[in-house]
Design a protein around this ligand. Structure first.
Ligand SMILES: NC(=O)c1ccc[n+]([C@@H]2O[C@H](COP(=O)([O-])OP(=O)(O)OC[C@H]3O[C@@H](n4cnc5c(N)ncnc54)[C@H](O)[C@@H]3O)[C@@H](O)[C@H]2O)c1
Length: 288
């Protein structure tokens, strides 16, 4: 097998994907990185240096382009040891006003993009079969790691469209963790809470004036309890090493998920309160 040390990382131009690519390269992996943002991707490639086998800009929602890219990566560099699919977008808004194009965009990039990446890389990993012998000791099992969101689990305000896209990813991974087990591929679902990345600064909140002081204050609160992208990448790598299926990045996500099942009244109360807080912000910041 060529380059059994290769891992693929999407969304590598910024935020969590960039930090994962850097940290995986520091760990000794060779990386094939991609992102829709060519400039950011090349900057990441420069920062990583020799460990980069491939840095090709790509829109993960473009089925044909992902298929060509996946084939080229496997033909040129061999079967990836692991795939870290991180690239994605976020848009929030009320179901009453969020335009159809935004719903479609979220599904195209977050859900269909994940499907395209999986369909074009994972079958080669299945064909290659489990890693055995000394390589298994050195490299560990093959892994499919996909970054979804806590919004795929919890009923966060105005997240309906985003949650539909990320919840789809989580449901798909729940199946794949069992379907892929006999091929020696471990599946990891990442559900981050708040991470202070470009996504937070540029988030599209439909119908809301982002310069409104209440919105600015809410964003500051979010960033105040957000972890850095580097810390998030460390948490993901630790979870992967420990073979955890669901990897969360904040105590609030873990608690929310636990309360959803074990203390539903507490969960309902907390999420109702959060929803009211968003309505309070929207009252002042709604664009006319
Ligand atoms: N930041 C958070 O609080 C948070 C919370 C939960 C989940 N997430 C998820 O984490 C992942 C990484 O986001 P981040 O916070 O690092 O934000 P980010 O904006 O810094 O990184 C996302 C990357 O994905 C790339 N991307 C966007 N659309 C793409 C497309 N069509 N094709 C290929 N690449 C594309 C962007 O160019 C960017 O480099 C996303 O899937 C996001 O939904 C983030």
């Amino acid at each position: 097998m060529k380059n059994s040390h290769m891992v693929v990382v999407t969304g590598a131009a910024s935020g969590i994907g960039k930090q994962l690519a850097i940290q995986l390269a520091e760990e000794g992996w060779q990386v094939a990185i991609t992102d829709i943002n060519e400039d950011g991707l090349q900057e990441t490639a420069r920062e990583i240096g020799d460990a980069v086998l491939d840095a090709t800009a790509l829109d993960v929602s473009d089925a044909e382009k992902v298929a060509e890219w996946g084939q080229r990566i496997v033909d040129k560099h061999g079967v990836p040891h692991s795939v870290y699919h991180v690239g994605g977008i976020s848009m929030w808004g009320s179901v009453a006003s969020m335009p159809l194009e935004k719903w479609e965009k979220l599904i195209d990039v977050n859900l269909m993009g994940t499907i395209h990446v999986i369909r074009n890389l994972v079958p080669s990993m299945m064909d290659a079969g489990p890693i055995t012998g000394s390589a298994a000791k050195e490299l560990g099992p093959r892994r499919l790691v996909c970054v979804a969101s806590s919004a795929g689990v919890l009923g966060l305000p105005w997240h309906a469209a985003y949650s539909a896209s990320k919840g789809g990813v989580l449901s798909m991974l729940e199946v794949l963790r069992f379907d892929l087990a006999s091929f020696g591929i471990k599946v990891h679902a990442v559900a981050p809470g708040a991470v202070d990345t470009g996504l937070v600064r540029t988030i599209d909140i439909h119908g809301i004036d982002q310069n409104n002081p209440r919105v600015q204050k809410a964003k500051k609160l979010f960033q105040g309890h957000a972890v850095s992208p580097a810390k998030c990448a460390q948490i993901i790598r630790r979870g992967v090493r420990k073979n955890k299926y669901l990897i969360t990045t904040g105590g609030d996500v873990k608690l929310g998920r636990w309360a959803q099942v074990n203390l539903p009244f507490l969960y309902r109360g907390a999420l109702t309160g959060l929803n009211r807080a968003f309505q309070w912000v929207a009252k002042d910041a709604a664009l006319k």
